[in-house]
Design a protein around this ligand. Structure first.
Ligand SMILES: Nc1ncnc2c1ncn2[C@@H]1O[C@H](COP(=O)(O)OP(=O)(O)O)[C@@H](O)[C@H]1O
Ligand SMILES: [Mg+2]
Length: 109
C-alpha cells in the first residue's frame, strides 16, 4: 500500500531554511516547545531514507535519558512519517536501523 504525505504539512511552519540547509553544521535555537527536537528528528529520518550512505550518531550528555529523549523522538518521527515498517528499533544497544539498506542511527553519551 502506498500513502502520500505532504511534508510541509507534517513539518509545520518556520523551518524551511533549516530543513533544506546543506551546510556541515546547523544550530537550531528557539524557546521551549518551538519544535526544534521534532523537526530535526523528522529531518534526520527523511535524509537517511534519501541518502543511502548516511548514518547518524546521536550524542547526549547523560546516557540515562537517551532512551526517553532522542531515541523516543526519532521513533515518533518514524511513526509520524508512516515508515515504521521500514525501520527496526533495538534497545540494547540503543539503535535504529533502516531495513532496506542497513543504515543505522546509533546513540552514545
Ligand atoms: N511536526 C509536529 N507535528 C505534531 N506535533 C508537533 C510537531 N512539532 C512539535 N510538535 C508538538 O510540540 C511539542 C514541542 O516540540 P519539541 O520539538 O519538543 O520542541 P523543542 O525541542 O523546541 O522544545 C511536541 O511535544 C509536540 O507535541
Ligand atoms: Mg527539544
Amino acid at each position: 500500500m502506498k500513502t502520500e504525505l505532504y511534508l510541509p504539512e507534517v513539518v509545520g511552519k518556520g523551518y524551511g531554511t533549516f530543513w533544506n540547509c546543506k551546510k556541515r553544521y546547523r544550530v537550531v535555537k528557539g524557546s521551549r516547545a518551538s519544535k526544534k527536537s521534532t523537526t530535526i528528528a523528522l529531518n534526520i529520518i527523511c535524509r537517511m531514507m534519501e541518502y543511502p550512505l548516511a548514518n547518524t550518531l546521536v550524542i547526549r550528555k547523560t546516557a540515562a535519558t537517551l532512551k526517553n529523549s532522542c531515541f523516543a523522538q526519532l521513533r515518533w518521527a518514524i511513526n509520524r512519517l508512516g515508515v515504521e515498517s521500514f525501520w527496526r528499533a533495538r534497545v540494547n544497544p540503543l539503535e535504529l536501523e533502516y531495513i532496506p539498506t542497513g543504515q543505522r542511527i546509533i546513540f552514545y553519551a
